[in-house]
Design a protein around this ligand. Sequence first.
Ligand SMILES: C[S@@+](CC[C@H](N)C(=O)[O-])C[C@H]1O[C@@H](n2cnc3c(N)ncnc32)[C@H](O)[C@@H]1O
Ligand code: SF4
Length: 459
Amino acid sequence: MTDAIEFNEGLIRRYDKAGPRYTSYPTAVEFHQGFTAETYAEHIALSNQRGGPLSLYFHVPFCDTVCFYCACNKIITKNRQHAEPYLENLYEEIRMQAELFDSNRVVEQLHWGGGTPTFLTHQQMRELMAHTRQHFTLADDDKGEFSIEIDPREADDATIKLLRELGFNRISLGLQDFNPKVQKAVNRIQTEEQTFSVLDAARREGFRSISLDLIYGLPHQTVESFSETLDKVIAASPDRLSVFNYAHMPDLFKTQRQIATADIPAPQVKLQILHRTIDKLTAAGYVYIGMDHFAKPNDELTLAQQNKQLYRNFQGYSTRAECDLIGFGVTSIGKVGDAYVQNVKTLPEYDEAIKAGKLPVLRGVELDDDDKCRRDIITRLICDFALDIPVIEKTYNLNFNDYFADAIEDLEQFAQDGLLQYKWDSIEVLPAGRLLIRNICMVFDKYSQQARQRFSKVI
Ligand SMILES: C[S@@+](CC[C@H](N)C(=O)[O-])C[C@H]1O[C@@H](n2cnc3c(N)ncnc32)[C@H](O)[C@@H]1O
Ligand code: SF4
């Protein structure tokens, strides 16, 4: 399979519609409150019977200042003490959840996300990891994938050293854009020095993979200004890059109202920025993994994609398929056995549940056989840009053409438009279809009719 990607503006414009990012299937809009802490416990018991490794996600919701574009689940405060009662509850949640999981199951993946995990003091970070290690068995450094999201404004050499000591071996740094006018408009002032000194420290400490987050479509960005940021990033040579599309949805995210719509690049300019980004990153030797992600050719993600062993979860792409994912903290999402589960979203709700000795489950969804088959198809298409139809037919005991009769017309249209090749035994996404993979997946998404109205644009 070639890793080529073709930027076809006509097709992108034609297919430009809202679509989910498929970090789960069914997507979070299908989660419902009929799924309770008791349902979750039943799924944990079933998953213990199957066994297998675990993945842990910890949500640290605090940030020191607000970035106006931000769509993450965060709480803005300058007071570090605000984290204390939250952490006490988190430790209790770790204890409660650990009791339900078989203690022989090894944690092969761990992630701290946010908000800003490095908002925590060094002592708080030590304690959080100590509680985790007290209740779960973590894999060794060479086997485990232990990652953390860092805001370079909230970290220095000592923080990076500590994180490595605590067991982290992967790091992603929020950067977004170096241009001062853009930074001012989004209220995120971050110098090159701040960013690269953290990156250098991570290299010195032996982090295995270093990733940078950028956003295109921010106010005042132009093709030229974003190119300058890209040049600096390419020169620093991170292992991976995420280049997210800024979705301006001020009705949903209040702080985005601070961004004047008139300052946001027009759709045509955004497309040009994306085009230039893809050209520059591929010319610099990065491989397009899919959905905003690029990696070096020898990176684990790229190799896993080539070997058809790439997977997708709430943190993006992953090389670990079989892990059950346990989410800790407000808004966190878990995947255990054939169910997804999400925690309550606010600090008072979280506090109330934990103080009452209950798991802070807000909602979730159980997958039926149809969901599992569709999830498998969507995952393979996103990760491999290809689908082996006989494997699906055999695994789910169905005839593909009959079962997905509704999808055939769309697939044939995609084939005519040069997005994919569709044969009796396979679908192969062509270079022009790679940027439109969400559209292709939506054909297999039973819920997409409702979903289409609620998601951000594909590009
Ligand atoms: C939790 S933050 C990363 C850690 C840290 N809080 C920071 O900002 O450096 C996750 C990433 O999501 C991306 N992001 C946040 N809001 C976004 C939006 N509205 N559109 C696109 N990307 C967004 C940013 O690239 C950000 O770095
Ligand atoms: S981008 Fe990061 S630092 Fe900025 S508000 Fe969002 S979570 Fe906080």
